[in-house]
Design a protein around this ligand. Structure first.
Ligand code: AMP
Length: 589
């Protein structure tokens, strides 16, 4: 197809902010795209030359654009720089200088979309000596034949900055409108900017949207989806996974209680620890292992140890696994919050140093493909069984997500408490019979985690610990302040979040030493102290409670920080603050 036709579309798309109108414009255009051009045109429409999952970049710098323009127009870089400063847009610079040149040369040749695509893709794949000059030549060649309007979009494509306002949803809908409008019996009313559906029935429309979306979630490639859509629904449904090509991960809905979770995913359900790391999709294709993030970025190079763990401990030649990589301290072997290892994701150098400084454990929780067969339509319990069969678990290297299966909310709740107390973010509940839905938040898995709020509280009492903790005050009564009377009102007891070793953070020993000089009285195991030591605690919820003087209790309180250096007991949170949280919660739920 001539490039000018695509440029017409770009201009029309740019001229309207209305999403439905854009959808209409793109769908009408797609109807006219010849079969052999569909693949590259769908990519160019998105300003790309590679599908989403392929992270090769065109990598063309603005300075190089000026060079290419000089070659194709003979106008000096200095002159163009002036113009660039005035307009701030290299596309417009190109338009102006090419217009000037066209007045003096008569020669012009139509450029095709295929030619543009080939040249731009070549720019991204060139390597080795002289790459920069060859890149510039490839763009200059296109600009020499381009009209001023075409030049604008050539430049924007080279700079990966197309700006025509097409989102994924619009492209998906345009494919539906282009290839299934007749089957649906739908029309677009340009005047009203509205979709007209027969008998106002959205069902069929939704059906085709889902078919197109699902094909996209699996391929991550609209050009592939559009090519297949031309041949009808059946071809789209045949789309399958391919190791080496990342697929969108399934997402989780949120629930607020164990009961709600079990109801949502249907009991009996699998309940797993929710690891606070980052999602890794592991692919193995003909023996080669690749790692992708949730955003489908290839991070294989950054995590060579994960590649080794998988190679050594997961049987099979080709598969796709879903997992979470969690950092742990190489000194204590305890899990670390995600922030601590996040720097490894973008890191391109000192990789082996990073892996010994910030080691990770891979927690596998799903499998989508194994040895030539897609498993996404299989039940979760079948997929988990397969994982158990093919994985050799090695703690601190590669393990399966810890899981129980239960219908009993009490058992679930116990597992949840254990997860929280062991420092996990919460739990995931999963429907045992559900398929894997790439890219969807359908509720086949849900997350339950504490809604964290924080309060500054003061310690008013402590209890001597037992066993490993004897010699330390290990459970602390905490209180907020009554603004009117200045009295300290108890709101709960906290013993979580403190460390057993001083070098690991705020320890029982440290708090005990701080409290000892403040002791007022002792009775049995309990010690009353002067309210001086301020700590910040996180908690899940505020509940009414007759057990404490404040009339409230914190659910799952946990030490967040010691604040005795910057806060005195006069500065802590008040009963009024607690009431605000309590009534705010009620509004939220
Ligand atoms: P959120 O990021 O809060 O929406 O929670 C969902 C995320 O939890 C997923 O995208 C995973 O990265 C992560 N996750 C941690 N543990 C698990 C698990 N056992 N199963 C599924 N996802 C998990």
């Amino acid at each position: 197809m001539e490039y000018s036709k695509l440029v017409d579309l770009y201009q029309k798309l740019e001229s309207t902010p209305k999403r439905l109108e854009k959808t209409h414009l793109l769908s009408e255009f797609l109807k006219q795209v010849p079969k052999e051009d569909m693949h590259h045109i769908m990519l160019l429409v998105q300003g790309k030359v590679f599908p989403n999952w392929d992270d090769r970049k065109i990598g063309f710098a603005a300075r190089l654009v000026l060079k290419a323009l000089t070659i194709s127009t003979g106008i000096s870089v200095d002159d163009m720089e002036k113009l660039w400063k005035e307009t701030g847009d290299l596309g417009l610079v190109a338009e102006t200088v090419i217009k000037k040149k066209k007045q003096v040369t008569l020669f012009s040749q139509d450029i095709t979309t295929a030619k543009v695509f080939a040249n731009v893709q070549k720019m991204a794949t060139l390597e080795g000596e002289g790459t920069v000059d060859r890149k510039v030549q490839l763009l200059a060649e296109l600009l020499t034949s381009a009209t001023p309007k075409e030049a604008i979009y050539l430049i924007r494509t080279a700079l990966e900055d197309l700006r025509v306002g097409l989102g994924e949803g619009t492209i998906r809908d345009a494919i539906v409108w282009a290839f299934f409008a007749e089957k649906i019996g739908m029309k677009y009313d340009l005047q009203e900017n509205d979709l007209v559906l027969p008998d106002n029935n959205r069902e069929l429309y939704e059906h085709f949207s889902i078919v197109v979306q699902e094909a996209y979630d699996i391929t991550n490639d609209f050009s592939k989806v559009a090519e297949l859509a031309k041949y009808g629904e059946e071809r789209l449904k045949e789309v399958s996974l391919e190791p080496g090509r990342p697929v969108k991960v399934m997402l989780a809905q949120k629930v607020h209680s164990m009961e709600e979770g079990l109801e949502k995913v249907e009991a009996p359900a699998a309940i797993e620890n929710k690891y606070d790391g980052f999602r890794v999709e592991v692919h193995k294709k003909n023996g080669e292992i690749m790692l992708f993030t949730r955003r489908l970025e290839n991070v294989t190079k950054q995590f060579p140890e994960i590649v080794d763990f998988v190679r050594e401990n997961v049987a099979g030649e080709s598969f796709i696994l879903d997992s979470e990589a969690v950092g742990f301290s190489p000194k204590t072997n305890k899990y670390l919050p995600f922030q601590e290892i996040s720097q490894r994701i973008k890191r391109k150098y000192d990789i082996s140093e990073m892996s010994s400084k910030f080691p990770v454990e891979l927690n596998i929780f799903d499998i989508l493909y194994y040895e030539g067969k897609s498993y996404i339509k299989e039940e979760f319990q079948v997929r988990r069984k397969l994982l158990e069969k093919i994985t050799t678990q090695k703690p601190l290297k590669i393990v399966l997500a810890k899981e129980i299966i239960t219908s009993d909310p009490f058992v679930g709740q116990k597992f949840y408490h254990e997860a929280i107390n062991s420092g996990f973010e919460g739990v995931m509940l999963k429907n045992l019979k559900a398929p894997y839905k790439p890219g969807s938040r359908v509720g086949f898995m849900v997350k339950l985690k504490p809604v964290l709020d924080m309060l500054d509280v003061v310690i008013t009492a402590g209890e001597w610990g037992e066993g490993k903790r004897s010699g330390w005050l290990s459970t602390y009564t905490i209180a907020v302040r009554d603004e009117d009377t200045g009295e300290f009102l108890e709101i709960g007891k906290v013993g979580t979040g403190f460390k057993e070793k001083d070098e690991e953070g705020v320890s029982f020993n440290q708090i005990t030493e701080l409290l000892k000089p403040l002791v007022i009285s002792e009775k049995g195991k309990e010690v009353i102290v002067k309210p001086e030591i301020v700590i910040e605690v996180s908690f899940e919820e505020v509940q009414k409670s007759p057990s404490y003087k404040s009339g409230y209790a914190l659910r799952f309180p946990r030490l967040a920080r010691l604040r005795n250096m910057e806060r005195s007991a006069e500065d802590i949170n008040t009963l009024a603050d607690v009431e605000d949280i309590f009534y705010g919660q009620k509004k939220r739920s």
